[in-house]
Design a binder for this molecule. Structure first.
Ligand code: DGY
Length: 325
């Protein structure tokens, strides 16, 4: 009998067929109030789960007693309760690697847009407010030659630093749980404590994953440590920062500008005070959202589920403790 798998996100037909060739697949096009009951019923027999964008709490996962593997179509694993899965010996597979360069492109777009006021000035043109050459009050700030501080020098952090070093002649500094010799050798990156990084960077880019240790890592105190001219970039998760403190820092000139791809609550409400700030560039969580990369992530997630259900978690397993066993 085929194993039962729940697919809770629409994926291209070819990838879905790869799953259907091996498994009895129950499909949900995202989980919502209308289909949640059916999803919960399907959990009772599910051995595999694959999808993204739905919070999978331990409460929900406890309704899947036969679960053998879960595969998220993302590099971030924060929608799952990883500790709970580890206790049950269930691997959570994810998609690192395939999205590094695209996500770094997005983060660099935020850096450029925030520094050169690209969205604000583009809106001025569209709205017919470009009536004379712009003056000093609307000048941007240079990116090339500046200091780029990266908090969380993982694979994506490295790809951003690479762009800064080779493309923009930037000085790279980073803080991280451990030293990164490759970044130090290849990109001349300097390791430092977060406090020093905050005080000395022109651009502060947060790329650390959301964990209990990094929740609200950056708040009022940290914004106050930054240069008044600093540009703050968040490409990790909204909950890594105190969003209200960021709004204050942007409104009262504690820092110059911000570029954000992630928010405490997504989708961000149009009523958010962030939407009223010209010095905030806001993207709708599009770090990896290109056609090529999203397809590569889906293909990777399907491979990951198939491998994990075959007992092979050597590639792309997020629960380090299961690998250590
Ligand atoms: C990821 O892969 O974690 C991206 O942030 C999309 O959720």
């Amino acid at each position: 009998m085929k194993k039962k798998v729940i697919l809770y996100r629409d994926i291209p037909a070819e990838e879905r067929q790869r799953l259907e060739a091996q498994y009895d697949v129950t499909f949900f096009n995202n989980i919502n109030e209308d289909n949640k009951g059916a999803f919960i019923a399907a959990l009772a027999d599910a051995e595999g789960l694959i999808g993204t964008s739905t919070k999978m709490s331990s409460e929900l996962l406890s309704l899947a007693p036969k679960l053998k593997a879960a595969s998220t179509i993302s590099v971030g694993t924060d929608l799952y309760d990883l500790n709970y899965l580890t206790e049950r010996g269930i691997p959570l597979m994810h998609t690192p690697g395939v999205l590094n360069e695209t996500t770094a492109d997005t983060l660099f777009t935020l850096i450029m847009c925030a520094a050169r006021r690209a969205v604000e000035l583009s809106n001025m043109v569209r709205e017919g407010r470009w009536t004379s050459n712009i003056g000093e009050a609307l000048y941007g700030t240079d990116v090339h030659g500046k200091t780029l501080g990266i908090i969380g020098m993982g694979r994506i952090g490295y790809a951003i630093a690479k762009r800064g070093h080779f493309g923009f002649d930037m000085k790279i500094q980073y803080s991280n749980r451990n030293r990164k010799p490759d970044a130090e050798q290849d990109l001349n990156a300097t390791y430092m404590e977060m406090e020093e990084l905050l005080q000395t960077s022109d651009f502060v880019c947060v790329m650390t994953p959301l964990t209990p240790e990094t929740e609200r890592l950056i708040g009022a105190k940290e914004f106050a440590m930054m240069k008044k001219s600093a540009i703050f970039i968040n490409g990790s998760r909204g909950k890594v920062i105190d969003e209200a403190a960021l709004v204050d820092a942007l409104s009262n000139g504690t820092i110059r500008a911000a570029g954000l791809d992630v928010f405490e609550v997504e989708p961000l409400s149009g009523d958010s005070p962030l939407c009223k700030l010209d010095n905030a560039v806001l993207f709708p969580h599009i770090g990896s959202a290109t056609a090529e990369t999203r397809l590569a992530m889906i293909t990777c997630a399907v491979d990951n589920l198939i491998n994990a259900l075959n007992g092979d978690i050597s590639q792309n397993c997020a629960n380090q403790h299961l690998l250590d066993r």
